[in-house]
Design a protein around this ligand. Structure first.
Ligand SMILES: Cc1cc2nc3c(=O)[nH]c(=O)nc-3n(C[C@H](O)[C@H](O)[C@H](O)COP(=O)(O)OP(=O)(O)OC[C@H]3O[C@@H](n4cnc5c(N)ncnc54)[C@H](O)[C@@H]3O)c2cc1C
Length: 387
C-alpha cells in the first residue's frame, strides 16, 4: 500500500541517505563494526557531515532542526536497516532520539550551547543511563546516589546495559538526589567522560546488534558540578524522563517496522530466485500465502506507525499511545522476522545473511525502551482507570 506521509523534501533527503549508505555502509564496514563491537567515530562524523545525523539538534546549534518532524529520522531508519546495518541505525537512534532531546527540551541555555553544537557534528556522542544491575523496569529502585556537596554532587553507583555506553562522551544519567522513592527524589545529571571516578566498563556480548556498544559503567565519588544538573533543577528527574519517553518508544516502533519491511523485501527477492523441486520457492502455495500475510502485516505496520509519527509531530502522541505503538509493532516485527527467516531455509540462520542478523537484532526490541510487559501495563492501566 502506498504511504503518504512524505513530501519532496523527505524524498530528496532519502537520496542523501542512499548516497551515504553507498559510500559508508559496505560489507567491510559492517564486519568491522561487528568485530569492534562499536561504530567508529569517523563514520558517525561522516554521517553528521552528510546531514543525516544530528537531525534533532536545532539549527541554531548547527543541527538539522528536525526534532519534531520524525519523518526524516524514519527515512534514515528505513535506508540504513534495508542496507543490513541495524547496529548503525541503533547508534544513530541513541544520539538523535535519546541523548540530544534531553538537552533540547530540558537543558539550560548554557548546557545547550556547550553540548549541542558538538553533538551535531558527532564530536560528542551521548548516551542515556537509567538501568542498573538491580533495577530496570522498576526505575524507582535505582541505587545510584548524587549527594549534594559544595558546588555540585558526589555520584556513587553503577549502570548497566547502556547503549553507546563504551563510546559516549556525555551520559545523561538518572540518579537519586533525595530520600525514599517519591518522584521528586530523582534528578538527571550530565556525566562527562574523563571525570575522575567515572569508569566505562566492558562492552557486553549480545545476541544481536553486535556492531553497537552496550556497556556497564560505574561511578565512585564522581564530582559533578552544579552546572551539569539537567535544566538546573533538582528533583525533576522523573518528569524529565517522562517527557522524552514517547519519542524513545516511537523510535523503537519505527526501527521495528523498518526491519519488518526490509525482511519482507529480502525474502521476496530470495524466494523468487531460489529453486527447489524444479520450482521457485515462491511458487509453493505455502510460500505465497506467507508472503501475502507478511505483505499485509507490513502495510498495517506502516499505516499505524506513520500515524504515530504524524501525531508526534503535532504534539499529540501520548505516553499510552506511544507504549501501544512500541509493544504492538515490535511483537509484529518478531512474527514477520521469524516467518521470513524460515523461508530462507538454512541460509536464514547464517549471519552472513542480513535476515539472520536482523532476526537477532529484533529480539531486544521487545525488551528495551520499557519491556513489552511494562508497555501493556501502561496501556491497560489507562484503559481500566487504575493508577
Ligand atoms: C541491548 C540493550 C540495550 C539497552 N540500552 C539501554 C540504554 O541505553 N539505557 C538504559 O537505561 N537501559 C538500557 N537497556 C535496559 C533495558 O531498558 C532494560 O533491560 C529493560 O527495561 C528491562 O529491565 P530489566 O532488564 O531490569 O528487567 P526486569 O525489570 O528485571 O524484568 C524482568 C522480566 O519481568 C518483567 N516485569 C518486570 N516488571 C513487571 C511488571 N510490573 N509486570 C509484568 N512484568 C514485569 C519484564 O517485562 C521482564 O520480562 C538496554 C537493554 C539491552 C538488552
Amino acid at each position: 500500500m502506498e504511504r503518504d506521509i512524505y513530501d519532496e523534501d523527505h524524498e530528496a533527503f532519502r537520496d542523501l541517505v542512499r548516497d551515504f549508505v553507498k559510500r559508508y555502509v559496505t560489507n567491510e564496514a559492517r564486519a568491522r563494526w561487528d568485530a569492534d563491537g562499536e561504530v567508529d567515530r569517523a563514520t558517525m562524523r561522516a554521517a553528521a557531515e552528510a546531514g543525516i545525523l544530528g537531525l534533532s539538534v536545532p539549527e541554531e546549534h548547527g543541527g538539522g532542526g528536525m526534532l519534531r518532524d520524525y519523518r526524516f529520522r524514519t527515512v534514515v531508519n528505513e535506508e540504513i536497516v534495508a542496507a543490513g546495518a541495524g547496529s548503525l541505525a541503533g547508534a544513530f537512534g541513541i544520539q538523535d532520539d535519546l541523548a540530544v532531546p534531553y538537552l533540547v527540551h530540558m537543558g539550560t541555555p548554557e548546557q545547550q550551547a556547550k553540548w549541542l553544537p558538538r553533538m551535531a557534528t558527532a564530536e560528542v556522542i551521548g548516551a542515556l543511563a537509567m538501568t542498573e544491575p538491580g533495577a530496570g523496569s522498576d526505575l524507582r529502585g535505582i541505587r545510584t546516589t548524587a549527594k549534594k556537596v559544595d558546588g555540585g554532587y558526589l555520584v556513587n553507583g553503577a549502570k548497566t546495559f547502556i547503549s553507546s555506553g563504551a563510546t559516549a562522551d556525555l551520559v545523561v544519567t538518572f540518579v537519586k538526589t533525595g530520600e525514599g522513592n517519591r518522584p521528586d527524589a530523582f534528578s538527571i545529571l550530565l556525566l562527562e567522560d574523563g571525570m575522575p571516578g567515572f569508569e566505562h566498563h566492558r562492552k557486553l556480548e549480545k545476541l544481536g546488534f553486535h556492531g553497537h556498544d552496550t556497556a556497564e559503567m560505574s561511578f565512585t565519588d564522581v564530582f559533578v558540578p552544579d552546572e551539569n544538573l539537567l535544566g538546573g533543577v533538582e528533583g525533576h528527574g522523573f518528569i524529565q524522563l517522562m517527557t522524552n519517553l514517547p519519542l524513545e518508544r516511537l523510535s523503537i516502533g519505527v526501527a521495528a517496522v523498518a526491519a519488518a519491511q526490509a525482511a519482507f523485501d529480502w525474502t521476496l527477492a530470495y524466494t523468487t530466485e531460489r529453486q527447489a523441486f524444479g520450482e521457485r520457492i515462491a511458487d509453493f502455495q505455502n510460500t505465497r500465502f506467507r508472503l501475502a500475510d507478511v505483505a499485509a502485516t507490513v502495510d498495517a505496520l506502516w499505516a499505524y506507525v506513520d500515524r504515530a509519527v504524524v501525531a508526534y509531530g503535532n504534539g499529540k502522541l501520548s505516553a499510552e499511545e506511544a507504549a501501544k505503538v512500541k509493544f504492538w509493532t515490535t511483537e509484529r516485527e518478531w512474527e514477520v522476522l521469524d516467518t521470513c527467516l524460515q523461508l530462507f531455509g538454512g541460509y536464514g540462520y547464517i549471519t552472513e545473511y542480513p535476515i539472520a542478523r536482523a532476526f537477532a537484532d529484533a529480539r531486544v526490541h521487545r525488551i528495551y525502551g520499557g519491556s513489552n510487559e511494562i508497555m501493556r501495563d501502561i496501556v491497560s492501566r489507562k484503559l481500566v482507570g487504575r493508577r
